[in-house]
Write a protein that binds this ligand. Structure first.
Ligand SMILES: *Cc1c(COP(=O)(O)O)cnc(C)c1O
Length: 418
C-alpha cells in the first residue's frame, strides 16, 4: 500500500524503526489527551450543551445562546473569567491586534519580553512603518530579548522599576525564530518576578500553538489575558475560521468593545452557522493536538537519525506543536515541504514554491494541503527562505495521516539528496 504513495521500502523501514522506539513517549501523549478530553467533556456537561446550541443568528447577532455557551466553555477549559470566541476574528493576528488596540492608549508603553514578536505583528506595532500601527497612535514599543532562551530577569525588573509599562507581551511559541518555545513553568516564574515589582501591568500571552500541549493554561499561573487562533489547536481542525481571547473579565470587555462597538461589546456578533463547528472543533481538539504532537515527535526522531539538527528533540518536553528541522540548504527545505504537500488530502498535485506573502519580510514556502485555508492544526510545513533554511512543521489531524505525510516528505528529501 505504501508504494501507492510512491514511498520507497528504505523510507518505510527507517520510519517503522523510529516509531518502535517512541512507544513510551506516545503513551505520555495519550495520557495528556485523556486529561484534556476530560476537561472538555466536563465543560460540555457543566453548560448542558444541547442541539439548540447549534442554532445560529444573523444580522446583529443578539441573544445567540450557542455563541454564549461556547464562550462559557472556553472560559472553563482555559481557566478564564470570560472569553471572546468569535468568527469575526479573521486570524490569530487579528485577535492579537484587537487585544493590543483595546488595552493600550496614546503614550502607553507595550513591552515584549520574548524579543521581537511574530512577523505579522511588525506592522501592527509599527516596527515596520504603517499608518494604522499602534505607533501611529503614539503607543510606544520596547522589547527585551531572551538570553540563551531564558528571560532577562534583571532587565525586566529594572525596566519595570524605571518607568510605567502598561502591557507586557509574552509570545510562547517561537514563530519563525530559532529560540525554544516558552513552557508554563517559565511563564509562572517570570510572572512571579513581574508581580514582585508591578502589581498592575497587564500580562498578555500569545498562546498560539500551545493550547492542550501542557495541562495548565497561562491564565492558571497568573497571566491576565491570552490569545489564540481557531485554525490552530483549539479549533480541532473543524472550526472554519476564528480566534479567541480569554482572561480577566474587565479586559475581555475592552476587547469586545474594540472588536464590535463601544456600548455593544459581547452582545452582538452573528454566529452565521458556525456554532456547531466551534463546539465540535473544541471537542476534537485534545485528540488533534495529541496527533500533532505524535507527528512532531516522529519527525524529530527520524530527521535527527538522518543527521539533521532538530528542535525540539524527540525526547524534550514539548511546549507547542511546532517542529523545526534545520536543513542548511534551500533545495532540501523546498523538497521536504513539497513532499508534505504531495501527501496532503487537498491539492496534492500542486507543487509549492517560495513566494512573497503579505505580512512577512522574506519569501516563504508553504505546504498546506488543508481543508481550511491556512489551517496549521492540519499537517503543514513552511519556512522563510533564509539561512539556516529551517522548516517549521506542525499539525496532523490524525497520527496516521501525519505519519504518511512525514514518510512522503522524508522520501522526497532522501531522493533529492542523492
Ligand atoms: C500563528 C501565530 C500567530 C497568528 O497567526 P495567524 O496566521 O494570524 O493566525 C501569532 N503568533 C504566533 C506565535 C503564531 O504561531
Amino acid at each position: 500500500m505504501y508504494n501507492q504513495l510512491g514511498i520507497s521500502n528504505n523510507t518505510i523501514e527507517l520510519i517503522k524503526k523510529s516509531e518502535e522506539e517512541l512507544k513510551n513517549k506516545f503513551k505520555e501523549i495519550d495520557e495528556l489527551c485523556e486529561y484534556n478530553s476530560l476537561k472538555v467533556l466536563s465543560a460540555f456537561n457543566k453548560y448542558e450543551v444541547s442541539e439548540n446550541h447549534f442554532s445560529s443568528t444573523t444580522g446583529y447577532g443578539y441573544n445567540d445562546i450557542g455563541r454564549e455557551t461556547i464562550e462559557h466553555i472556553f472560559s472553563y477549559v482555559l481557566g478564564a473569567e470570560d472569553s471572546l470566541v468569535r468568527n469575526q476574528f479573521i486570524s490569530g493576528t487579528h485577535a492579537l491586534t484587537v487585544a493590543l488596540f483595546a488595552l493600550l492608549r496614546p503614550n502607553d508603553t507595550m513591552l515584549s519580553i520574548t524579543g521581537k514578536p511574530y512577523d505579522t505583528l511588525d506592522e501592527v506595532i509599527g516596527i515596520t512603518e504603517n499608518n494604522s500601527s499602534l505607533k501611529s497612535y503614539e503607543i510606544n514599543y520596547e522589547q527585551i530579548d531572551l538570553i540563551n532562551d531564558e528571560f532577562d530577569y534583571e532587565k525586566i525588573k529594572e525596566t519595570l522599576k524605571s518607568k510605567k509599562i502598561k502591557l507586557i507581551e509574552i509570545q510562547r511559541s517561537k514563530g519563525y525564530s530559532t529560540r525554544k518555545s516558552i513552557s508554563i513553568e517559565k511563564i509562572k516564574n517570570v510572572i512571579e518576578v513581574i508581580r514582585s515589582v508591578d502589581k498592575d501591568v497587564i500580562i498578555m500571552i500569545d498562546n498560539c500553538y500551545c493550547e492542550f500541549v501542557s495541562k495548565e493554561s497561562p491564565l492558571e499561573v497568573g497571566a491576565d489575558i491570552i490569545v489564540g487562533s481557531l485554525i490552530k489547536n483549539l479549533g480541532g481542525g473543524i472550526a472554519p475560521n476564528g480566534a479567541y481571547i480569554s482572561g480577566r473579565r474587565d479586559l475581555i470587555e475592552l476587547c469586545s468593545e474594540r472588536l464590535t462597538v463601544p456600548g455593544e461589546g459581547k452582545e452582538v456578533g452573528p454566529s452565521l452557522g458556525v456554532n456547531k463547528s466551534l463546539l465540535q472543533g473544541l471537542f476534537m481538539a485534545p485528540n488533534a493536538v495529541a496527533s500533532s504532537l505524535k507527528t512532531a515527535i516522529l519527525t524529530s526522531k527520524v530527521l535527527e537519525d538522518l543527521g539533521y539538527k532538530v528542535e525540539p528533540k524527540w525526547n524534550d518536553q514539548r511546549v507547542d506543536i511546532v517542529q523545526n528541522i534545520e536543513f542548511n540548504d534551500k533545495d532540501k527545505l523546498i523538497s521536504y515541504c513539497q513532499g508534505i504537500q504531495m501527501a496532503s488530502p487537498i491539492d496534492s498535485f500542486v507543487v509549492p514554491i517560495p513566494w512573497d506573502m503579505p505580512g512577512y519580510q522574506d519569501q516563504v514556502i508553504m505546504a498546506a494541503g488543508t481543508f481550511t485555508q491556512g489551517s496549521s492544526i492540519e499537517l503543514s510545513c513552511d519556512g522563510p527562505i533564509r539561512p539556516p533554511y529551517i522548516a517549521y512543521q506542525q499539525g496532523g489531524l490524525t497520527y496516521e495521516y501525519g505519519k504518511l505525510g512525514v514518510m512522503k516528505a522524508v522520501d522526497r528529501l532522501i531522493r533529492t539528496s542523492l
